[in-house]
Design a protein around this ligand. Structure first.
Ligand code: BGC
Length: 760
């Protein structure tokens, strides 16, 4: 481990709500012959580092959110070109962020520290091998001119949920340059923090990823202009003012939607104020964007602007973890393409440092169940290996600390946790899904003790028949038939669901144990799986294959998790199709069931039913939000009602990725691309056209390189084009081929054309 010489430093006073952000600075000398300079930076809070007045790097919201006490990420920057022989200055502004500011619906602050604190270590290497360090240290007594000092500037109140206020009149010019006098700046104190928590950042940083222009401007009933950016995003607004009045106070309120009367619908933010404020200095031209907050929004209302705002003076800045895009899908169906785009955007908006539930309201927490539902889609769309592995490390830390699997990580929710299906078993299925994608067995090895601890805990809760029938369960969360204010009261028996998920988990455990060479444990978990599966059959399945409660979720889980006798599967598939047909192929499942319904229909020979469900536009359905203009995936199927008003339940985030999990099926079955072995060395190409689609294409950057599939039906003929990356082979099942041709292909580009019978 690197030896750190720096200490955390802070303002002598703890920080209260609404306090300004501390600015830190120090002047130091650089001798002649500097060869290389590297700056290491982190903070309790969010840090923006400076060298000689220049902003260092392009990370925002740094150091992101981890279980700080055990894992606090340190960023390193090569800063050689920013330094000069003679006097130089280091500076940093530190906002409250996750460590100090308010978190969760209870808006509890000081979760990790009672004030923002800075850690900086600058390492200088000279041509003659000499090295020097400039590090954060408490002010000496008596104070020296070269000591670190702290003052305040333009950044006033700053909170992730509530927003940021910047008073440009208070920003001291040149505060991060050596010449600044800093007369009224004061001493810093040391802030106690475990150095063992520090580690060099291994995750892609959060960055400004793109900027969106204003699409239109309307006037709200309040009389203020509302700017529309066309896309629900996570981020903030950059503004430019020409000749503002000194003290002109511009207030920017963010919202995901408008009310039918054209005013901002802010209820989806719950208690998050989501309001930024810029107080102008009165210069010829001023530009600003916040540093220490982010919002989930598509619209902003601007108060305090003089005259009509010109669209070019505002840009929406999209902010998230800078991951590489790995997956694409397009088809002949524009609404389906919009659903896919909405899923991609909800993923982007919810990967701000950690995978979260939503970016707009007073949560933005690393909920386990949401990611568990979405992980196969996530691994296809983006390279999530580093971000999700980091989140898993925190999940395991919290589990170790609290003695049970938390519902979210990093953990700040004070409610004690109990083992639950979908939320708790994320510790098995999420690493398992990463293993499927990346083929890295070491991750399974690292997670193994945590997996065992969860699975063994649940084993201890089973009754004498092998049933998990005690304790809290979220159930099929957000089932559209649950009472609006009780999303956990879905119609599928919560213990049936728990049993089904536990069976999937125990089966995965047996396979992981075998992979890790734990032969004895492999047979123990296989035995547990048999017991749990049998108990499921005995308790919940009637002879022919009727699954108790007759819900789409019950059938989908039973079919997809292999919980039925072979002779029961057909009947269960028919019943599932019957249930879906009886509801006109609208959706009747929540977070737990929805990812599996399309697969269950496909597996039992009802592909047509799967397409009808996918392409249904009546509420509740995948495409209903699309017809209502959604640009992201909603938490509830009916978050916005057909009359345009918001469902008044408090559970109406318009940006929750979980239900976008259907895109995994879209990639595998509509596009036709999936891996047949962990790490993609064997690929399955098996598009199953339907739903009247005439073409679809999907591609994915596998660990071996780009794989892609494109199919098109025109004039009774099929064209199939496939790219197989170097090092892989693909089993290609030619769609709608008259003889059902299946072939195995090596790397390269392949194409087939042949006549087909017409599809529906
Ligand atoms: C979150 C969910 C989460 C759930 C569990 C909600 O408030 O937004 O997505 O999984 O709580 O309780």
């Amino acid at each position: 481990m690197r030896q750190w010489q720096a200490q955390f430093i802070a303002h002598p006073q703890p920080c209260a709500e609404g306090d300004p952000a501390p600015y830190f600075r120090k002047v130091f000398e650089v001798g002649p012959g500097l060869r290389r300079a590297v700056l290491y930076v982190t903070a309790l809070g969010l840090v923006e580092p400076y060298v000689n007045g220049s902003r260092v790097g392009d990370e925002v919201l740094s150091p992101g959110w981890t279980s700080y006490r055990e894992r606090l990420m340190v960023s390193d920057y090569e800063v050689t070109s920013l330094l000069q022989p003679g006097a130089n200055a280091l500076g940093a502004i530190v906002g409250e962020g996750w460590a100090v500011g308010a978190l969760t619906w209870s808006k509890a602050n000081h979760q990790y520290a009672d004030r923002p604190a800075l850690f900086m270590q600058l390492e200088l290497e000279y041509e003659d091998q000499r090295t020097e360090q400039v590090v954060t240290r408490p002010t000496s007594a008596p104070a020296k001119a070269s000591d670190w000092t702290v003052g305040f500037g333009g950044v006033r109140a700053n909170g992730l949920y509530d927003g940021e206020t910047f008073d440009a009149r208070l920003e001291p010019a040149g505060w991060a340059t050596p010449g600044f006098s800093g007369q009224d700046w004061g001493p810093v104190i040391g802030y106690d923090w475990p150095a063992e928590s520090l580690r060099l950042a291994s995750v892609p940083p959060i960055r400004r990823i793109e900027e969106l222009p204003v699409k239109s401007v309307t006037i709200s009933p309040t009389g203020y202009p509302i700017l529309y950016f066309g896309q629900n995003i996570a981020g903030w607004v950059h503004l430019r003012m020409t000749r503002p009045k000194p003290g002109q106070d511009v207030i920017i309120r963010h919202a995901e939607a408008l009310k039918p009367d054209g005013s901002l619908e802010r209820e989806t933010n719950r208690t998050a104020e989501a309001t930024d404020r810029y107080i102008a200095a009165g210069n010829e031209s001023e530009e600003w964007e916040p540093r220490f907050t982010f919002h989930g929004f598509r619209y902003v209302e601007v108060e305090g602007w003089r005259g009509n705002p010109a669209p070019e003076d505002f840009r929406a800045v999209v902010v998230h973890s800078d991951m590489d895009r790995h997956g694409w899908f397009e088809s002949s169906h524009p609404l389906l393409d919009q659903l896919h785009s909405n899923t991609v955007w909800s993923m982007r908006d919810n990967f701000v440092g950690i995978p979260t539930d939503c970016p707009q309201r007073d949560e933005r927490l690393g909920w386990t169940g949401d990611l568990n539902a979405f992980i196969p889609t996530a691994t296809y769309l983006y390279d999530v290996e580093a971000v999700v592995s980091s989140w898993l490390a925190d999940l395991m830390i919290e589990q170790g600390k609290h003695g049970n699997m938390p519902r979210s990580a990093p953990l700040v929710d004070p409610r004690p946790s109990q083992p639950t299906a979908l939320w708790g078993d994320a510790i098995v299925n999420v690493p398992w899904s990463l293993y499927q994608e990346y083929g890295d067995i070491e991750l399974l090895r690292r997670c193994w003790p945590a997996m065992r601890s969860f699975v063994d805990e649940v084993a201890g809760l089973l009754d004498e028949r092998g049933l998990w029938r005690t304790g809290f369960q979220y159930g099929d969360w957000c089932d559209p038939d649950a009472p609006p204010r009780e999303p956990g009261q879905g119609k599928t028996d919560r213990y049936l669901m728990a049993q089904a998920f536990y069976s999937r988990t125990t089966a995965q455990m047996a396979r992981i144990a075998a992979l890790l060479g734990e032969t004895e444990l492999a047979s123990r978990y296989a035995g547990l799986d048999r017991r749990v599966r049998q108990a499921f059959r005995d308790e919940y399945v009637q002879e022919r294959g009727v699954v108790r409660g007759e819900t789409s979720t019950g059938y989908a889980l039973a079919i997809c998790f292999g919980l039925l006798e072979p002779g029961q599967v057909d009947y269960a598939g028919k019943r599932l199709k019957g249930i879906m047909a009886g509801r006109g192929y609208t959706i009747s499942s929540g977070f737990a069931g929805t990812p599996f319904v399309a697969d269950a229909l496909t597996l039992t020979g009802h592909l047509d039913g799967a397409y009808r469900m996918l392409l249904q536009t009546e509420c509740p359905s995948f495409l209903y939000p699309v017809t209502m203009g959604a640009t992201t995936i909603w938490e509830r199927w009916d978050a916005i009602l057909p009359d345009g008003s918001l469902h008044r339940t408090g559970m109406t985030s318009l940006n929750h990725y979980a239900l976008g999990a259907v895109c995994d099926w879209v990639h595998r079955v509509v596009g036709g691309l999936s891996s047949a072995e962990p790490g993609w060395a064997r690929i399955l190409v098996a598009p199953q056209p339907g739903g009247g689609l005439t073409w679809a294409q999907t591609s994915h950057v596998t660990p071996l390189g780009l794989a892609s599939v494109r199919w098109e039906i025109s004039q009774g003929g099929m064209t199939l084009q496939v790219i197989v990356p170097e090092g892989a082979t693909a089993e290609v099942r030619l769609p709608l081929h008259p003889e059902g041709l299946v072939t195995v292909q090596g790397p390269g580009e392949h194409e087939w054309t042949y006549p087909v019978a017409a599809t529906d």
